[in-house]
Design a protein around this ligand. Sequence first.
Ligand code: DAT
Ligand code: MG
Length: 149
Amino acid sequence: MEQTLVLIKPDGVQRGLIGQIITRFERRGLKLCGMKFMQMSRDLASAHYEAHVGKDFYPGLVGYITSGPIVAMVWEGKDAIQIVRTTMGATNAGAAAPGTIRGDLAVEIGRNLVHGSDGPESAAREVSLFFSADELITWSRETDRWIRE
Ligand code: DAT
Ligand code: MG
């Protein structure tokens, strides 16, 4: 089953939106299989955002993601990567569609509340940056047959 890394960024924690953001993924039908409340080090931030090194927004991005505690989660399901991305909405929150997390709760790209892996390779890489294998729980859920036929 596909797994993807989701972060509730420091603005989501500071604004008291942890519960609302988790609820969006729960009610969509994805299954939580790992979660931790933590502060990202600069080393972890550089590894996580290695694709953006050298871009003009990179220093601000690392400063933002390390500025306070975050919630790191792994969500699982068929097509979980794409489903998380559509639930989050566009990167630039100011242009994100209403109904998405960013489109309902945020207004700009530099405070866009959430991170979700963008493909199978980045998901595998990012999940292993934040979680060891024994921190991920495999469990069966009674409602799954009412979510997928
Ligand atoms: P996403 O978070 O939707 O996967 P991304 O991987 O392209 O987007 O970029 C990572 C983060 O970097 C993004 O959430 C916000 C920031 N960012 C990206 N492009 C930016 C830009 N042009 N100006 C400012 N911040 C940007
Ligand atoms: Mg990305």
